[in-house]
Ligand binder design. Structure first.
Ligand code: FES
Ligand code: FES
Length: 909
């Protein structure tokens, strides 16, 4: 039978799939081109973009029959004879790929454009990539790369020995991202793997019974397994060792829509064919507890039995006498601020596969936390930790959402029971219905200042909707009171928080752990105080900015690296220019109004008052191969590169000589999770210590002093100790377990203290600081807001890799913009990327980043962290700009057009 013939990446191929089969599936599954990514299967994300006769199309919406007789190019076809194309080189050089899951689609969209236009304008570039979503980069570096690709682009090279730290070194894992070889959770599934499909609850709150499953098995004899709660050895998981409240499979009670009820395991076609209504599950829906107010209402049903008042946890920071201090204030500002659920919307849905290897289980999955996954899977399967191996795949975006378990326990259990590889890939709606979200918040706050604008007191009470299960709710409840009074000196503070259970998806970790929500409140109130006292909004922040030597609301003395004043100084010329520009707009006719806003933030790096160590190892084998064993997962933020830069420079080794083994729990030590902006600071320090340890071992063997220089040859090292050169033949050293002959190890656990009953202590070893400024244009008739420009000044301690630091800030700003203006997850209604809008390239204005390097003595080469700080001040700056433009303080985000219009209309009355 003849099939569909077409040219694919330069070769004539023939597909015998149904003509209606999705081209994306055919390219991936039949021809093995896994560079075609599937982020939504619905035409919304553009990850599957390929070229069809030179024009970009969504391969997930293109039937294979349409390719017949045409030329199809996937990302794998962009590389010619092993040489990267110009656009691929440009993406590498400009840091345009972070996690890399959108990169194939971006490259092909750009190739389509550059095939038609040799010198496109920025608007044309933005138009060309407008259909491809990127959740990591904020798009600016992608636009930069495409612009650069119009000219010559040299192949980037890694820095020489001693020149890595401070250089914008190209990503060490970047090449695979631009050629389509990076293997994400769904890309490495063995051909003989069975498929697991999770059956999910259609109700937010219900009781249910499962009837006999035998008829299902009889109707589908190829089905290998139906898993229910009764099959899960220990049916509870959760982030905290003492809170394992989330069942792997629900056990008679549904607490949120999308909760896992059953799992079907068998051939993929079979598990996908079985309809949910074929299964003997009888639901008895009950009224759901929706929102904070309902959760706290008198007599509210309990989401979890025994959790009185639906209360998960409370947090407190109290310093001085806030209530008393308000009496002496020259100005007081107060308000109530609300935020919504926000979806992580990583472009890679949860995916992975597992296999049993003898008496061990091996799980390959997308994750931010292999060490934690290992412990959790061991607990659920009732195995020893040593029986579980986690091999993280490439992670196509996480932002906190892949810190919690997803596919891991079920594929692990099924593979264990069946002794066959088992895979699971969430659909986009499934991912959005079941994964954790940013906590919606209700923040009541009041701030007081003296006549000079110096803050004298703050009272903040923040309630968070933590959804059905605890997840990271305790972390949010603890982190928020510490940060609630902002990056300011406030002598009297009372900050309380509480996390409340509701019948919604669990709220978890999302870039900021509650700090972005509370920053909206403290920044709006700073603006109010400035207005009341007739002060400039930047100036009031400068007067109050925390500096080295100051004490925070927890009583912690900041010993060093508190660069907010320097950030404000750097921002000031931009601020004055923008204010002058707005003031110069004399006409108030027409619907458009411009405004400028400012937002500041601080962010404690690492866990709050908890140990969060990282261990790194660096080995050298008999052949002179140097390997960094790095258990920190790079989710796109660049830790693989940053840690390599640090290790290389400490060793005096060219970066290109450093090999990387990353993530695998059998091959690396626990580096902790990739969250809380901690990997550069904590794992970076551990890498520095590991390199120092390896160096010390080498010098000891060579009987050389501490200042000796190591010459990195092949199987011999030459150690130059003040002109006396000794040679260390590596082949003569005994081989260690693992194959190296020398191994250095470094461990770093940031020094913190527990908070006492009043929330006093030193919860973080260091803090990031930033000030951002936004210029916007508001259409007061339509209620729309168009960001025009953002300037971001960030104190990062030391920029180990300025390009990657900028990339993190750009990405954070894009997500902060989404939080401010467009993103609102509504369970059951916005479970796809069509109804849930995230910023496209057209939504992101020009961004200028100013790096302030106020070195942190504890950090590697002075570095802190920047993953979350990029996001926190953006929404406050945009909200301040909206207020400046139209005179209204908007207290609820996102500021959707209908909300802003309604507020403007109400204000006119
Ligand atoms: S996977 Fe095709 S557009 Fe998202
Ligand atoms: S780099 Fe674009 S989605 Fe991650």
């Amino acid at each position: 039978m003849s099939g569909w013939r077409f040219m694919l990446n330069g070769k004539l191929v023939e597909s015998h799939a149904s003509g209606l089969a999705r081209l994306a599936d055919v390219l991936r599954d039949d021809f093995g081109f896994k560079g075609v990514k599937i982020g939504c299967n619905a035409g919304d994300c553009g990850a599957c973009t390929v070229l069809l006769d030179g024009r970009q199309v969504c391969a997930c919406l293109t039937p294979v029959a349409q390719a017949a007789g045409k030329v199809v190019v996937s990302v794998e076809g962009l590389i010619g004879h092993g040489t990267l194309s110009r656009i691929q080189r440009a993406f590498l050089r400009h840091g345009a790929a972070q996690c890399g899951i959108c990169t194939p689609g971006m490259l092909l969209a750009a190739t389509d454009l550059l095939g038609a236009r040799s010198d496109p304008s920025e608007a044309e570039i933005m138009d060309a990539i407008g259909g491809v979503l990127c959740r990591c980069t904020g798009y600016r570096k992608i636009v930069e790369a495409i612009t650069a690709a119009c000219g010559e682009v040299a192949m980037p090279v890694l820095p020489e020995a001693g020149a890595a730290v401070g250089a914008s070194a190209v990503k060490v894992d970047g090449r695979d991202k631009v050629v389509g070889l990076e293997s994400y959770g769904a890309d490495g599934i063995p051909a003989d793997a069975l498929w697991l499909r999770v059956v999910r609850a259609p109700h937010a709150r219900a009781c249910f019974d499962t009837g006999p499953l035998e008829p299902v098995r009889a109707a589908h004899p190829e089905l290998k397994l139906i898993l229910t709660a009764a099959d899960v050895p220990s049916n509870g998981f959760g982030i905290y060792p003492d809170i394992k409240d989330q069942p792997v499979l629900a056990d008679g009670a549904i607490r949120y829509r999308g909760e896992a009820v059953l799992a079907l395991v068998g051939p993929r076609a079979v598990v996908e064919r079985i309809r949910d209504d074929e299964l003997p599950i009888t639901y008895r829906p009950e009224p759901a507890v929706t929102g904070i107010e309902a959760a706290e209402a008198e007599g509210a049903p309990l989401v979890q039995a025994g959790k009185r008042g639906n209360l998960l946890i409370e947090g407190l920071v109290r310093r001085g006498d806030a209530a008393g201090a308000f009496a002496g204030a020259a100005a007081v500002a107060n308000g109530r601020f609300s935020t919504s659920f926000v979806e992580h919307a990583y472009i890679e849905p949860e995916a992975g596969w597992a296999r049993r290897v003898g008496n061990r289980i091996e799980i390959h999955a997308t994750t931010q936390a292999p060490g934690m996954d290992r412990e959790e899977v061991a607990t659920v399967l009732r195995l020893e930790k040593e029986q579980v191996r986690i091999v993280p795949t490439a992670c196509g975006g996480g932002f906190g959402g892949k810190l919690d378990l997803s596919v891991q326990p079920l594929i692990g259990l099924a593979a264990w029971l069946l002794d066959r590889p088992v895979a699971c890939v969430y659909t986009r709606p499934e991912s959005m219905a079941s994964s954790t979200k940013r906590h919606p918040a209700e923040v009541n706050a009041r701030f007081a200042a003296d006549a000079e604008g110096r803050l004298i007191a703050a009272e903040i009470d923040a309630a968070f909707d933590t959804g059905a299960y605890a997840s990271w709710g305790p972390t949010v409840a603890n982190r928020v009171p510490v940060h609630a009074s902002g990056p300011y000196r406030v002598p009297h503070v009372t900050a309380t928080s509480r996390a409340l259970f509701t019948n919604a998806p669990p709220s978890g970790a999302f870039r900021g752990f509650g700090v972005p929500q509370v920053a909206i409140a403290h920044e709006a109130l700073l603006d109010d105080l400035a207005g009341t006292l007739g002060l400039d909004r930047l100036e009031i922040r400068r007067r109050n900015a925390l500096r080295a030597g100051d004490r925070t609301a927890t009583g912690q003395k900041l010993e060093a690296s508190a660069g907010l004043p320097a950030c404000l100084d750097a921002l000031e010329p931009h601020w004055r220019r923008a204010l002058d520009a707005v003031a110069g707009q004399t006409s108030r006719e027409g619907p458009l109004r411009r405004g400028v806003g400012i937002g500041c933030m601080w962010y404690g790096i690492g866990n709050t008052s908890l140990s969060n160590p990282s261990t790194m190892r660096i080995g050298i084998d008999a052949g002179g191969r140097v390997t960094l064993y790095n258990g920190a997962v790079d989710i796109g933020q660049g830790s693989n590169t940053i840690l390599s830069q640090i290790a290389a420079d400490v060793l005096g080794l060219p970066m290109a000589r450093l090999r990387l083994v990353a993530g695998d729990t059998d091959l690396t030590a626990d580096a902790g999770k990739t969250s809380a902006s901690r990997q550069t600071f904590v794992s970076g320090k551990a890498a520095e210590l590991a390199a120092l340890d390896l160096r010390a071992r080498i010098l000891r063997l060579a009987n050389a002093g501490p200042a000796a220089r190591i010459g990195w040859g092949g199987d011999a090292l030459s150690i130059d100790d003040g002109g006396v050169v000794r040679v260390l033949e590596l082949g003569r050293l005994p081989v260690l377990p693992g194959g190296d002959v020398l191994l250095g190890e470094g461990r770093f656990d940031p020094p913190t203290t527990m908070l006492d009953a009043e929330g006093q202590g030193a919860p973080y070893a260091t803090y990031g600081f930033a000030a951002q400024m936004a210029e916007v244009e508001v259409d007061i008739e339509l209620g729309t807001v168009r960001p025009l420009r953002i300037v971001a000044a960030h104190d990062v301690g030391r920029a180990i890799n300025p390009q990657q630091v900028e990339g993190q800030i750009h990405g954070g700003i894009a997500q902060g913009l989404g939080l401010a203006l467009m993103e609102e997850y509504i369970p059951g209604r916005t479970e796809n990327l069509h109804d849930y809008l995230i910023p496209t390239v057209g939504d992101i204005p020009p961004i200028e980043v100013i790096l302030v390097e106020d070195a942190e003595p504890l950090g590697p080469f002075g570095a802190k962290g920047v993953g979350e700080p990029g996001l926190v001040p953006t929404a406050p700056a945009i909200l301040g700009a909206i207020r400046h433009a139209c005179g209204l303080r908007i207290d609820r985000v996102p500021v959707l057009p209908h909300r802003l219009r309604a507020a403007l209309t109400a204000a006119k009355r």
